[in-house]
Design a protein around this ligand. Structure first.
Ligand code: GCB
Length: 603
């Protein structure tokens, strides 16, 4: 602040202007479960301005003050309705050529009408994903800010909403060493409101979350349900119904919470599995003491058990080998925006490869992925972008990571397809990192007792063995290795596998090499399909002999954009895909993996 208050002008002199936008966070504490809820879409065309200097937040444009105190019109630097219109949801980088490399603030605005339908109705605004830091304003008021590109957030706007409304959103896609992920990644930093935006009307007191799963005690006979009401003072009861199982059971709500175990006989319950992805209709109704039903939610839920024991993984008590593949969300035309057709096509491609498992790298993918995987019978690894050299000694970075992890778990904890939460990828084995990431692993275990926790860990390249202190906090060890590619000395891999005694199941979470589609040559020529094919043949030959490998997810399904890949074969794409970025043209290595998975699937 200036010494002379008379000549101080906040919008140009206040370098700490961002502070006020971090005082109200839209985070996991306020996240509501929206599965099965009726929604009103705000997708469509929004007015959009490139706000390179973040002036909307510096100069409070969103307050939309048209006149000064004396009633004289002010010269405004923005013009909502005259601005160009842009699609929501979409990444701005692929909407207009001049925005391809834009990484700053974009201001989105639109109007919407709202007419209350029921007395006491509450209105929530929900974003499924916007990059990276998103500040939301309604009718001139600051609603809150969300950190993180790939997890959902919502805001209760009941007290701000009118009949005619203007919403302003600043989506700031700047990279920073203090964020999750940090500024250096091997994928493209897309910006914008790139997933669905919608409104939800909820009753005055409503069911905020429900977590319904099979208790993993090996008996397949107990369904546990935790219900959270959006008020920690209410008492009443919930009724849980699973009609197909003849289940109709009540539980008391105290301090806004209810918890109940329901017994089922193993004959009664058909377990969910990739071979038979059985889902049940589940409904939960909440009744306030002395009143009628306040709220009812519906979901489709599968029941399964995933366990690690020794070096093996067991699904529903039977040993399972994860025949997987890593996949980025990146799409040639849509970037990180996706839709159900793309997700279903991705799953069809996996099945064609005889796979049963996806590692969704390296950040939470669209929520429809797990929903469709539940229906289609595909197992999933879901990950938060604690990637490479995060600021592990920074408490703000930890808070951000833990919040993104919590948002992911809250979003998907009823999805049977998700069997593993991953707390990060290839992070150097320092004390600060081990502390940070083991705290994340503990958090995942505390939030969810029905899944395994993992991370892509490290190999000691001198001792040639799997060695990473983080593995103590994990149920499953992920290992990325690029023998035959970044380290051309392939012979190290068999040595590492023999030297290691991990004591836990290991998934080789990455291996591979680049090939440009159609590029031909000898098996020793880099960037050719022939070299890539040979590399996978060698890898498979070695991996198949190792007793403790419980699964593989080679890198990667489709070529994807990466600004750090600038040679003539890459042209800003990581070309390690089994399939080109067109998501159609298969490279020779696809068929090598397909054959391997066919052999180990018993098909
Ligand atoms: C890795 C990273 C992944 C990269 C990949 C590569 O180890 O985990 O994000 O894209 O290697 O292609 O270098």
């Amino acid at each position: 602040m200036s010494d002379n208050k008379g000549n101080y002008q906040a919008d140009i002199h206040n370098t700490g202007y961002e502070q006020e936008y971090h005082e109200k966070l839209l985070d996991s504490a306020g996240l509501i479960n929206t599965a099965g809820r009726e929604t009103e879409s705000l997708n469509g065309k929004w007015n959009f301005g490139v706000d390179l200097y973040d002036t909307c937040r510096r100069a409070h444009w969103y307050k939309d003050v048209q006149c000064n105190a004396a009633g004289n019109p002010m010269p405004l630097d923005y013009d909502w309705e005259a601005w160009d219109r842009i699609t929501v949801p979409a990444v701005w980088n692929l909407e207009r050529p001049e925005l391809h490399y834009f990484e700053g603030s974009g201001v989105y605005t639109r109007t919407f009408r709202y007419v209350k339908q029921a007395a006491g109705e509450r209105l929530f605004l929900r974003f499924e994903g916007a990059s990276y830091e998103t500040s939301v304003f309604l009718n001139g008021e600051f609603v809150g800010t969300h950190d993180g590109s790939s997890t959902p957030f919502n805001a209760d706007i009941s007290d701000l909403v009118k009949t005619e409304n203007r919403i302003v959103v600043v989506a700031d896609a700047r990279r920073s060493p203090l964020r999750i992920p940090m500024e250096n990644t091997d994928w493209f930093n897309y910006g914008g409101i790139y997933r669905d935006v919608y409104l939800i009307r909820l009753p005055k007191v409503f069911i905020k979350d429900w977590f319904v799963r099979l208790v993993p005690d090996g008996t397949f006979s107990k369904i546990r349900t935790d219900v959270l009401i959006d008020s920690n003072t209410v008492a009443g009861k919930v009724l849980i119904e699973i009609p197909e199982l003849g289940i109709k059971q009540e539980a008391a709500v105290q301090n806004g919470k209810a918890s109940i175990d329901i017994s089922v006989t193993p004959n009664q319950l058909k377990l969910w599995s990739p071979d038979d992805p059985k889902l049940y209709d589940v409904s939960i109704s909440f009744t306030l003491n002395g009143a009628g039903t306040a709220d009812t939610v519906h979901d489709r839920i599968g029941f399964r058990e995933i366990k690690a024991s020794g070096h093996e993984l067991f699904l529903n008590g039977k040993k399972i080998i994860l025949r997987g593949i890593c996949v980025h969300e990146d799409h040639y035309e849509l970037g990180k925006t996706t839709n159900s057709d793309i997700i279903r096509a991705t799953i069809r491609d996996l099945k064609e490869m005889n796979g049963n498992f996806f590692r969704l790298a390296h950040y939470p993918h669209d929520s429809r992925f797990a929903k469709i995987a539940d229906e289609e019978g595909v197992l999933l690894w879901e990950e938060v972008p604690v990637y490479w050299a995060v600021a592990f000694d920074n408490p703000g970075a930890y808070k951000d990571a833990e919040n993104q992890l919590s948002e992911l778990i809250l979003r998907d904890h009823n999805r049977a397809s998700v069997i593993i939460w991953s707390v990060g990828n290839e992070n150097a084995d320092t004390d600060a990192r081990n502390n940070f990431m083991s705290n994340l692993a503990n958090k995942a275990h505390a939030l969810d007792d029905s899944r395994l926790v993992s991370a892509a860990c490290l190999i000691n390249h001198i001792k040639l063995k799997i060695e990473d202190r983080l593995t103590d906090s994990l149920d499953v060890i992920g290992i990325n290795e690029y023998y035959g590619w970044y380290d051309p000395d392939f012979d190290k891999l068999p040595k590492i596998l023999v030297n290691s005694d991990p004591g836990k199941p290991v998934i080789i979470t990455e291996f591979g090499g680049d090939a440009r589609k159609g590029q031909r040559g000898s098996v020793d020529d880099l960037w050719t399909e022939d070299k890539q094919k040979r590399l996978f043949e060698q890898q498979i030959e070695t991996i198949r002999k190792c007793p403790y490998i419980a699964g593989t997810t080679p890198w990667i399904f489709y070529d994807f954009r990466s600004p750090r890949r600038l040679n003539r074969y890459q042209e800003e794409f990581n070309r390690k895909g089994f399939i080109d970025a067109d998501r159609k043209t298969k490279k020779s290595a696809f068929y090598v993996m397909q054959e391997y998975y066919k052999n180990i699937s018993g098909k």
